[in-house]
Design a protein around this ligand. Structure first.
Ligand code: NJP
Length: 251
């Protein structure tokens, strides 16, 4: 309660659900994405619902480091700094290894990996300079970051999520070496019904619907509940990875 959380990719899907859940719990949440109008709408909804926290929309293209650094500098000026960083923004372009476009691969690396690393570094520095020892960095990973469950159009995406697995474990080790109690956790979902599959299939509604109609999918709110669970763990408990799949998901 009263702590400042940054949620990346808060305009729709999992990020929007997480932002809403944390505002409901009384946190001051900076939600960022490119479509800031959607976060503004969510902020108004949270206010009308009488939630005790606040949602502060921030427009940021996470594939641009300068924009990320400006955002952290604005958070420092306006809200002192970040206590909780939820690296949620991510995407899967449909670009197989044998035929995909380099631009699509680069965009996945920029958002899924580089932006996550930059936000992690900046959030840690913000915690360190304010002696915040109970901070938390949560990375929204994927089942695809633990095993190659995907079809060929998702191999590159899986590679970026394997990187998230490695970075979260590396972060946990670096935090210990720095003698801080700041924690690092991955949350790894299976299929969640959001805009993810629409974007993956270039907004082809039939292909996306086929993904979401094939089984009873997770909801974005299920992932928000996992975030709340992770944040509610006692300070001595390090939750490394939470894996959630729909019951009907096979692989
Ligand atoms: O996806 P979606 P999810 N700069 O498409 C933002 C992982 N995951 O909520 O900029 C800034 O509804 C985008 O904002 P906007 C997945 O890998 C999902 O399902 O306005 N923001 C939007 O808010 C990802 O890490 C599933 O377009 C950028 C958000 O990202 C996380 O869950 C399964 C951006 C994407 O919302 C959230 O995905 C799984 C940029 N350049 C893992 N580019 C699943 N849904 O099935 C994108 O295993 N965003």
């Amino acid at each position: 309660k009263g702590r400042v959380a940054l949620v990346t990719g808060a305009s729709v899907g999992i990020g929007a659900a997480v932002a809403r859940a944390l505002v409901q719990q009384g946190m001051k949440v900076v939600g960022c994405a490119r479509n800031v109008d959607k976060i503004e709408k969510l902020a108004a909804e949270c206010q009308s619902a009488g939630y005790s926290g606040t949602l502060i929309p921030y427009k940021c293209d996470l594939s641009n480091e300068e924009e990320i650094l400006s955002m952290f500098s604005a958070i420092k000026t306006l809200h002192q700094g970040v206590d909780v960083c939820i690296n949620n923004a991510g995407l899967a372009h449909n670009e197989p290894l044998l035929s995909g476009r380099t631009d699509g691969w680069r965009n996945m690396i920029d958002v899924n990996v580089l932006a996550l690393a930059i936000c992690t570094r900046e959030a840690y520095q913000s915690m360190k300079e304010r002696n915040v020892d109970d901070g938390h960095i949560i990375n929204i990973n994927s089942m695809g970051g633990h095993r190659m469950v995907a079809s060929s159009d998702e191999h590159f995406y899986c590679a970026t999520k394997y990187a998230v697995t490695a970075l979260t474990e590396g972060l946990r080790q670096e935090l210990r070496e720095a003698k801080t109690h700041i924690r690092a956790t991955c949350i790894s979902p299976g299929i969640v019904e959001t805009e993810f599959a629409f974007r993956h299939h270039n907004n082809d509604p039939e292909k996306a619907a086929a993904v979401y109609e094939s089984i009873k999918c997770l909801k974005a709110e299920d992932i928000a509940s996992a975030v709340r669970y992770v944040l509610s763990a006692p300070p001595h408990v390090q939750i490394g990875d939470v894996q959630l799949r729909p019951v009907e998901q096979v692989s």
